[in-house]
Write a protein that binds this ligand. Structure first.
Ligand SMILES: [Zn+2]
Length: 300
């Protein structure tokens, strides 16, 4: 599963010293980790022919996102994965997390999405049942409910039995698989565009310097092809480093693609590699758009 663009941007902004309030970053990161864990466990314990559609964005009278769709030929389950820490309460239709009232009713929102999926599935085969499940995957999460929600509530320590307890699913025929894929694609949309990104005038505020993939240090040695971290030994080729920094720029300034120029990539890398080298690899890797002086690279 891919990270969503909002999270990619926030992580990059964080590495460049551009975030003061990190709460959204932690929330999204946490959500992503919970989701990954669910996918891993599903892969491990699913022994019959259920398939998984993850991070499904669709538009059926409005844009919605579903964490996971569990799909079989007889039944589908719409799944939301919540990676909460602490105490979650559902009281009088209010969602309260660690004594703080949440803005959304997570059960209501899951039910709305489930109803939409029922409409979608009815077009495939009206005999397929659609249920929903709310998975609380946090290790240190307690849940207190004052009613029985429409969705099945599954705690972390019940997740294995939830997956192994799914009714046996027969193998899907090719015809059915195609029909499902087509139907999902009919409503599928791109994820919601990020609402956090930098403006060009913020370029000067960015922490500059080369950042190797998976290394947080800034003491490097270079030879003809490689940049090597003197602290942890991480190695990356010039070509990979240059293109990654170009991609990084395009995410940081998501709505200003023209910012990806040789000059700016060179500056982002703190001038630690010559402009000529930067340009050489950018030209090799990406399409040049525009004329000489005003040209930029199309990286996404
Ligand atoms: Zn390092």
């Amino acid at each position: 599963m891919k990270k969503n663009e909002q999270l990619i941007i926030l992580e990059l902004m964080n590495r460049r010293g551009m975030i003061k309030d990190k709460s959204l970053l932690y929330r999204l990161k946490n959500g992503f980790e919970g989701e990954l864990e669910f996918i891993q466990w599903f892969g491990k314990y699913n022994k019959s022919h259920w398939t998984l559609e993850t991070d499904y964005w669709f538009d059926m009278d409005g844009l919605k996102q579903i964490d996971d769709l569990l799909i079989s030929s007889q039944k589908w389950i719409v799944v939301d994965v919540k990676h909460y820490w602490g105490k979650f309460q559902y009281i009088n239709g209010n969602c309260i997390l660690n004594n703080k009232l949440m803005k959304t009713d997570i059960f209501d929102s899951l039910e709305t999405k489930t109803k939409k999926i029922r409409r979608l599935v009815a077009d495939i085969n009206s005999n397929i049942r659609v249920d929903s499940a709310m998975i609380f995957i946090g290790e240190h999460c307690q849940v207190e409910l004052d009613c029985v929600p429409m969705a099945q509530v599954v705690m972390r320590n019940e997740l294995m039995s939830f997956i192994t307890g799914l009714e046996y699913a027969n193998p899907m025929t090719d015809w059915m698989t195609r029909k499902i894929v087509d139907k999902l694609n009919e409503y599928r949309t791109k994820e919601r565009p990020p609402d956090i990104a930098l403006a060009p005038e913020q370029f000067s505020e960015l922490l500059k310097g080369i950042q190797l993939d998976g290394c947080g240090h800034n003491d490097f040695s270079t030879d003809n092809r490689w940049i090597t971290c003197k602290v942890c030994g991480t190695k990356e080729t010039f070509k990979s480093v240059v293109s990654r920094h170009a991609i990084e720029l395009s995410y940081l300034f998501y709505y200003y693609p023209k910012i990806v120029t040789t000059k700016n990539v060179h500056a982002l890398m703190g001038g630690q590699i010559t402009k000529r080298t930067v340009q050489k690899y950018l030209k090799e890797e990406f399409k040049v758009v525009g004329m000489r002086k005003n040209c930029y690279y199309k990286v996404r």
